[in-house]
Structure formats: structure tokens, C-alpha cells
Design a binder for this molecule. Sequence first.
Ligand code: MG
Length: 167
Amino acid sequence: MIYIDEPIIQIIMWIFLDIDGVLVPEKKFDKPVPQEEYMKFDTYCLNEFENVLRSFEQAKVVISSSWREIFPFEVIPPLFSPDIRARIVGATPLLETKIIHNFQFLRHQEVMEYLRQNNQSEDSHWVAVDDIPEHYAPEAPVVATDPYIGFDQNSAKTLSQYLGSFR
Ligand SMILES: [Mg+2]
């Protein structure tokens, strides 16, 4: 019998990740935050999010948060656990005013532009995680978090359901 190695087609699952209200819950600011804690993710939220990534090895993370306008991209992956960092692959582009059709669903437009720039089909498997789902069109795949609590067990469940449906 001859065994032929078939190429393994790995389907990429894209997660477009917001940070404030997701990995940095608003409750963090109920008490004074020392400056060195500013750029730290909430341990519980991060753990819930990273555990989903550990179950879905094909998932890659693209930062869609306004953090990408404030910090250079390189400072963001080190805020994740060592085994996850390589999965944080980029950030959505900032759209130039001339190509913004309208300011509605701006993050949704930025996601589509990211996929285009990375030669990915418009029907790529993607899901966004954001505390403001209104950044996306109503039918878009979005895991909406409660900004005060951030990414929790329920968010993890919903995100896993989306990713599971891509398999
Ligand atoms: Mg947010």
C-alpha cells in the first residue's frame, strides 16, 4: 500500500480583539491604579481568553483596539502569556479618511480592510471581540463583552461556539 501525504489545509480563524472593556475591564479603575499597572491586562480576563486560544490552535489574533493608535504594535504581544504571544499577529489598519465610506461600523470596515491587505477572502472565518458591538454591522460575528467585567466565562463560551462553527 502506498501512503500519500496529503497537504493539511489549515483554516485560519481570525479573532479581531478589542482591549479596553475586554482584557482591561472598567472595574479596574474603581480604585487608583499605580502607573506600572496601566499596561497590564486583567489576570482573570486574560486567562479566560487565552484558554480559548489554547483549544483552537488555528486561531490568530489581530488587535482592533485603539491601543494600536497609542502604542507601537511590538509592545502588545508581550502582554500575553509566553505560549500565546506568537498568535498575536497584527493590528487592523487605520483607514484613511478618503476610503472610509461612512463612519458607521468603522471597526467592521477596518477588519475587511485587514483581510484584503493580507490576501484573505471576504468570507474568511473571523469573529470580533468588543465591548461596543455597534462598531460592527448588526449581522457581524461579534462576541460582546460587558465593559465593566471584561472577557469572562460567558464570553469564552460564545467565542468557542463561533470558533467551533468554523471547524
Ligand atoms: Mg473597548
